[in-house]
Write a protein that binds this ligand. Sequence first.
Ligand code: HEC
Length: 224
Amino acid sequence: MSDTTPSFDDTGEEVEEDIHDLHDPIVREKARPRDGYQPIPLTLIFLFFGLLMWGGWYMGAYSGDWRVDVLYPGQQPAAERAEASASSGDGGEVSPDELTALGKRVYSQCSSCHQSNGQGVPGNFPPLDGARWVTNNPKVPIRILLHGMQGDVEVKGETYNNQMPSWGDQLNDRQIAAVLTYVRSSWSNDADMIAPSQVAKIREATSDRTSAWTASELEEVGLE
Ligand code: HEC
């Protein structure tokens, strides 16, 4: 395209260029306007969906499951904090809040039977809410979790006779302390926390036991 600034001839005189000559190339190269809407170019559509998919993939790959400790490094969820301090072997110092948070997570393994509201299933699985086996002497629920429970047991006026599986192999001292702390302080329950060291002691003391506890054996241990 030619320059639109004035041109000069050899003598320094300004030469007028024909305005039509100047604009000719522009007019020639412009696309003719059409009636109505123009279809969106296919490449733009592909680009749009391509970006959308890339965005989805990116979030999937880098969101870190939206975990607080990933998105805000330095912050750790309470449940993980409780687990972490367990493996660091710092003598088991852990706050009741951390235990409760971890316990809530562990409790997902109990809720199929005892239900998430702790009410159990009438005739099959006894309630944990308001149960004296849960809220009294910690030695009793710790034993129940370590080795299970079987036979007749009376809970809140109802008699149950079923099998409670043992958890001593699946759950470590910290997780048992956590789930019991959670259960003892949830719903209408308001009992003290249970420390991992208490679980460790009883695990040690009952290590040669292989069968599940019966209610009468546990009565002997002492509910109060
Ligand atoms: C497969 C079902 C099942 C699962 C899972 C289960 N329990 Fe039980 N639980 C029972 C049964 C059945 C009894 C009653 C046993 C009996 O009849 O002697 C019981 C009894 C108990 C008791 C004493 C009775 C009472 O209601 O207070 C406690 C405490 C207890 N379970 C806690 C737990 C905790 C904590 C978990 C999760 C770690 C758990 N249970 C997982 C079935 C289950």
